[in-house]
Design a protein around this ligand. Sequence first.
Ligand code: PEP
Ligand code: MN
Length: 355
Amino acid sequence: MIVVIKGGTPAEEVTRIALDLHQTWGVTVEKSVGEHKVILGLVGDTATLDRMQIQNSSPWIEQVLRVEKPFKRVSREFRHGEASSVVVSTPNGDIHFGEQHPIVLTAGPCSVENEEMIVETAKRVKAAGAHFLRGGAYKPRSSPYAFQGHGESALDLLAAAREATGLGIITELMDAADLSVVARTADIIQIGARNMQNFSLLKKVGAQGKPVLLKRGMAATIDEWLMAAEYLLAAGNQNVILCERGVRTFDAKYTRNTLDLSVIPVLRTLTHLPIMIDPSHGTGKSEYVPAMAMAAIAAGTDSLMIEVHPNPAKALSDGPQSLTPEKFDRLVQEMSVIGKIVGRWSDQPALVSAI
Ligand code: PEP
Ligand code: MN
């Protein structure tokens, strides 16, 4: 249930109403301050709450509404229709993810292979216009014999790449045992498709302070994905970005996955959380990445994740879907054309807080 507070209500009144709701009804009250309104979200056993009684308890209450969806905190209604922003501090400045902000670009190799390649790639993608460097230290591979990532030492290399470029770092956490070392280096912790429903991992990541990129499971419905995000918010972490990376469909002959771009308008109606699209894992082939990246911008994505490797033919993972730095550079030029048309592009998007 949400309680919409009237515009212009004094802050101490809002605090008093929140305390009163908690004491009278035994619910948890979460305040969100939107652009136009303050919303109090009530979480707990809300089935027996009397809407009218709450409505009449203060003249400062504008409306009391039920959130009908099974996911509460992530639902659009929970913020009374307003999108949320996830703000991530990086050495280059605060980066804002969300519907009100310019598109954020994340690029880098699938895996961190060695210092030279990660620092070089970071410099190249930064020069092209990226805001975040992605790179895996712990890799979820289908085969136990495939390269598993360099682990903790790769995190140090990511830190060196951040030092050299100022880019924020996104890297995947697979095992809760590695949470503290990953959180030390990552500016955003990625939860991969294979762990989207690892609920014990979600609870732990939700209980720490770093923002989280939650990838969609390869066969997850949108409701399952949003319920997974709900775990993160329920554990206390409001800074969650949803990343579509393709799902399994009947035809995997020509593309690795089917990139579901229809999630963009669907998620807009269901959730306030920012959206990222990953056309690299979504298609599995570098030649299809540009078309899908541009389509994602046209469809209204808030951010993109694109795999870039200095020598894709020699990559230790996901070479076939990785762009060279030159191709990424060209793609950013092309994306800027569409991004400007949809009003979501800034040549310094990272540092512009709102359009
Ligand atoms: C990745 O980002 O390299 C990755 C393994 O992604 P996903 O979990 O989407 O497969
Ligand atoms: Mn990959």
